[in-house]
Design a protein around this ligand. Sequence first.
Ligand code: GUN
Ligand code: FE
Length: 426
Amino acid sequence: MTHNTFALKGTICFSTAPDTIQFHEDSWLVCENGKCAGIFSELPEKYSRIPCRDTNHCMIIPGLTDLHLHAPQYTYRGTGMDLELLEWLNTYTFPEESKYRDLTYAQPAYSIFVNDLKKSATTRASIFATVHVEATELLMDLLEDTGLKTFVGKVNMDRNGSVQLQEADAKASASDTRRWIRNIQGRYKNTKPILTPRFTPSCTDELMRELSCIQQEYHLPVQSHLSENPGEIAWVQELYPNTHFYGEAYDQFGLFGGDGCPTIMAHCVYSSDEEIALIKKRGVYIAHCPQSNTNIASGIAPVRRYLNEGLHIGLGSDIAGGSSLSILRAMSDAVQVSKLRWRLTDSTLRPLSLEEVFYMATLGGGSFFGKVGSFEEGYEFDAVILDDQNLPHPQKLSSRDRLERLIYLADDRNITGKYVAGQKLF
Ligand code: GUN
Ligand code: FE
């Protein structure tokens, strides 16, 4: 047995289905060679000599996955929250992202982001960087050192940006993308590239064709934005009058899921029946970002429908549309906005349950990374220890109550341990 074979003791919780959380009170969770190897009320004899950590009744949950966030937006999160998407992008986002041309700016800014991500309950994330190759590599270097497992995308945008933040043309954008992919080949264990056309309005047809060639050549996954905001959707319809729905603008270039092209699309607030059918057919992952959709007035995604249809769906912080990096917070936000949607716009779509948001934050999003997001045998050992001792209560609580309270009340002080693929981060 190798050094990443050990056991943790605590109250173990994990999803086995979208509507089911299993709880094992005061039990041992064994990690063998970086994988989950079982849950036991008494540690079996064959594990009697492995290192053990008794968390003293803490809760142990699978590491959380953030399916969508923008690293360069972290340091201005919480500003410009009175604007809508397109205005917010032009006023705050593009000027801020343009600063990452300068590594002396990027270095401290990305360090702040990476340190906070490390302390959070997130173990896996799919991250947008900026258009800049050098700063993107710097971000990847910093992330690699944390032990977190991430996808990182150098952003592509060759139109509708700003003078400071836009690539010269499709050729320049594609050649920078190729240079970036070549530079990082073989450099990382934890950090992988993902193709990142910002969104349809940012990318010319020529650039999308280039990205399609790069995708096929390197077999990279793809991430982008989809059907987030009414103004954005109307703009895409103007740009592509021949398409029936926004998703077709990606699909026509082969950048919308399907075999060999795992894809995450953030938001899907206003996806039509046809778009949902294609998302399902192509196995596209939806990143539900409830706080961002509230902050920049995008709307409320019909997540109940997506779960009913069996779509792949996880949660995203969408920093800085979302101001909180916490996926615990994203879970409570997802419940809250689903209730508002149910109450105010569609009483046929029942609000989300604790079980469902916990599933999205763990297995739902984690499966984009492989066998991730569960403690069932054979899953990669991503675990977070949550200590609720500073949240006292006179009454007896069930494990489910304790988990729910932590989701609503925890901050980084409650996160007292974290493991990724069997490696201890703290
Ligand atoms: N659409 C295109 N770019 C962005 C971005 O940076 N954030 C969000 N929320 N939506 C976008
Ligand atoms: Fe986003």
